[in-house]
Design a protein around this ligand. Structure first.
Ligand SMILES: [Zn+2]
Ligand SMILES: [Zn+2]
Length: 188
């Protein structure tokens, strides 16, 4: 019943030139960036599923990690960290894909009813699926090594309070005086 060879593209989250993907905390709405990992595809699929079904998608957290916001420390499933722009895009993909599936079903029905002298409907081809998301901008975030998990994080320049590792939740102290001087030096 599904469309033959219908490929859903444009589901890759965009990366900036350094290879980072944007996230947004669902609690405090502050932006940060992480390197994309194996969980991104799963988070995207999870989000897509939630657009298809009306069930509470959080009931089936099949292996989605809980991430911690680096700033406010709140924990949430990885797909909650998709930015509003990413979610809007995924929703449009989900809607277009559903239209394609419906079209294929209707076209199948009208084909099998071809002996019917007066077909009651004509299946209208849907619009093509949305293309990829806009590329991720390189904005002024500073890269911070997360020594606990061996990965880098991009965070707001002016954040001088403790930061949480999104993966393991380790709290990393605020900038030392020396780091702040160095940062100011780099900034000028
Ligand atoms: Zn937050
Ligand atoms: Zn960590």
């Amino acid at each position: 019943m599904s469309g033959a060879g219908l490929e859903v593209t444009g589901l890759d989250l965009p990366r900036d030139t350094a290879g980072f993907t944007r996230r947004e905390c669902p609690s405090c709405s502050r932006p940060f960036k992480m390197r994309p990992g194996p969980f991104d595809a799963r988070a995207v699929m999870h989000k897509l599923q939630s657009f298809f079904s009306l069930e509470n998608s959080h009931e089936c957290e099949d292996g989605l990690p809980l991430w911690r916001c680096p700033y406010c420390g709140q924990r949430a499933p990885a797909d909650d960290y998709l930015t509003p722009a990413q979610q809007t895009h995924l929703e449009s993909v989900a809607r277009a894909w559903a239209n394609h599936v419906r079209y294929e079903q209707m076209a199948h029905v009208s084909r099998t009813l071809s002996l019917n002298p007066r077909p009651t409907f004509v299946a209208v081809p849907p619009e093509s699926l949305p293309g990829p998301m806009d590329p991720e901008a390189d904005e002024l975030l500073r890269t911070l090594p997360m020594l606990c998990c061996g990965d880098d994080l991009k965070v707001l320049w002016d954040w001088d309070q403790p930061l949480f590792c999104p993966y393991c939740g380790t709290r990393h102290g605020g900038l030392s005086g020396r780091q702040q001087v160095e940062l100011r030096f780099i900034h000028e």
